[in-house]
Design a protein around this ligand. Sequence first.
Ligand code: CTP
Ligand code: CA
Length: 222
Amino acid sequence: NDHILSDLPLKGKRVLITAGPTYEAIDPVRFIGNHSSGKMGVELALAAAGLGAKVDLILGPSALKVHHESVTVHNVICAQEMYDAAHQFFGDADVAIAAAAVADYRPAAIADQKIKKNDSKMQIDLVKTQDILASMGAIKKDQFLVGFALETENEVENAKKKLNKKNLDAIVLNSLNDKGAGFKTKTNKITFITKDSVQPYDLKSKKEVAVDVWNAIMKFVI
Ligand code: CTP
Ligand code: CA
């Protein structure tokens, strides 16, 4: 009813989310990828839509299907496509969250034909991909920009470095160390970090983590 509709806290806001892995082609049949499922980003998108936002979800290769009238899914394969799609929507976004596990390197060249094996060792030259999140931080105006960080040592310290270096408003530290958190799981253990706050949360389902993240973000953007 009208009362509930007018209570949606993110009504009128536009949200951009990157999610899932990227696949960087080696040849016509092979790629460099990672085990990201896209689940965390999809839950963030659905939670934002549930709070009234219009969401553009830039999604790398993922088995997940997203059906919500306020979530537009833009399917991409590689880091460059994700970069282009993200920049298409960043200008109009009020909040942007980079939850994607973007490949840091891609093959310097994609072979036209399937690479044949030979009798000696094999090497592939890799070049850096563009940092999508940092590129948004560099042109940010009023957007509230949130990154993720996956660290295995000096977690909070390294996450804070990423927050500063990429000009973010907040960073969600994902702890892989804790049992049951991270890739290929339904749960995450996060710490929500801003310039002047560090808020740890319990191990929870990714759906519940998404609600925690939005409650934390909404303290700044509402
Ligand atoms: N990210 C991105 N584009 C890239 C690499 C990372 O947008 N090419 C984003 C991720 O979506 C995440 C954040 O940057 O929100 C941090 O990713 P992470 O892999 O933890 O950090 P990196 O900056 O890539 O550094 P490193 O992997 O060396 O720790
Ligand atoms: Ca990385």
